[in-house]
Design a protein. Structure first.
Length: 277
């Protein structure tokens, strides 16, 4: 597919950009930037799946930076659910970086998405280019920026700060207090620089029950999650009681509970976990 050129307004600046794909202002009319750690955990993967499925169900375009971890997962899940996604490159469009994403590059275009860059098509990736790319990621998103898993010094926090200075809303998914990959998100929420978000409904201002359910099959449970589910069928319990009953490390239990919460299996109240029947 031929590389074309266009102009976009990022904040107060007009930028010349290169792109491949189906260009149209409507692709950005209802759009969300989703960023996060390159060292994504299982919790992060589940969070991406939950949010992206809900956004796609509501016709929202996702925007991310095409790198490892959360970026790649956002683009891939959007494609998998049949949505449109925009990948913003930190290099030229003739240089697929990371190279492992070559197939994803094609899938984005096949799904009427976009790949865009402010750099010449043959420009190589350099570290200094990625913070520059973040301005475009934040600037294109009409609904703001959502951060899913970010360490204390994550580059995702740069994108969040850029968005905030542009007057855009910043959202963050809370994570475990013991996880170094969630320190950045938790700090954003604690400082008031981001709005805590546990579903796309928090951003779209609609109830989760209004989401189209045809996009997501009922999530499956792995071994530990299944044990927890069976235990909670007996009665509501707190995390210590669950760990004692199952005989597993409380940190592992906490991780599994976080993932199950994102999947919608239970609600937490007063420190106890209740099945969401």
């Amino acid at each position: 597919m031929k590389i074309l050129r266009s102009k976009i307004k990022i904040g107060k600046t007009i930028k010349n950009i290169y792109y491949r794909g189906v260009w149209g202002e409507n692709i950005f009319k209802k759009s969300i930037a989703i960023v996060g750690s390159r060292s994504m955990t299982r919790y992060g993967r589940e969070a991406v799946d939950k949010f992206v499925s809900e956004f796609v169900a509501n016709g929202v375009t996702t925007i991310s930076g095409f790198m490892y971890g959360v970026d790649t997962e956002v683009h891939q899940k959007t494609v998998d659910y049949g949505g449109r996604t925009v990948a913003v490159f930190g290099c030229g469009l003739d240089v697929i970086y990371p190279p492992e994403n070559e197939k994803l590059y094609s899938q984005i275009l096949e799904n009427k998405g976009l790949v865009i860059s402010e750099y010449e098509p043959s420009a190589k990736p350099h570290l200094w280019k990625f913070p520059q790319r973040n301005k475009i990621v934040a600037g294109l998103a009409s609904l703001g920026v959502l951060v899913i898993e970010a360490g204390e010094k994550s580059g995702s926090l740069i994108t969040a700060e850029i968005a905030r200075k542009m007057g855009k809303k910043v959202y963050a998914v809370p994570g475990q207090i013991t996880s170094r990959i969630s320190v950045g998100c938790n700090n954003l929420i604690k400082s008031g620089e981001a709005i805590m978000s546990t579903s796309a409904g928090d951003i779209l201002k609609i109830k989760s029950s209004h989401f189209a359910k045809t996009l997501r099959d009922k999530p499956e449970l792995d071994g530990l999650e299944n044990k927890i589910y069976k235990i909670l069928q007996l009665e509501p319990m707190d995390i210590d009681e669950i760990a004692l009953k199952i005989g597993e490390n409380i940190v592992e239990i906490g991780s599994a509970l976080s993932v199950m919460s994102l999947k919608g299996f239970f609600i937490e109240s007063g420190g106890k976990y209740y099945l969401n029947r």
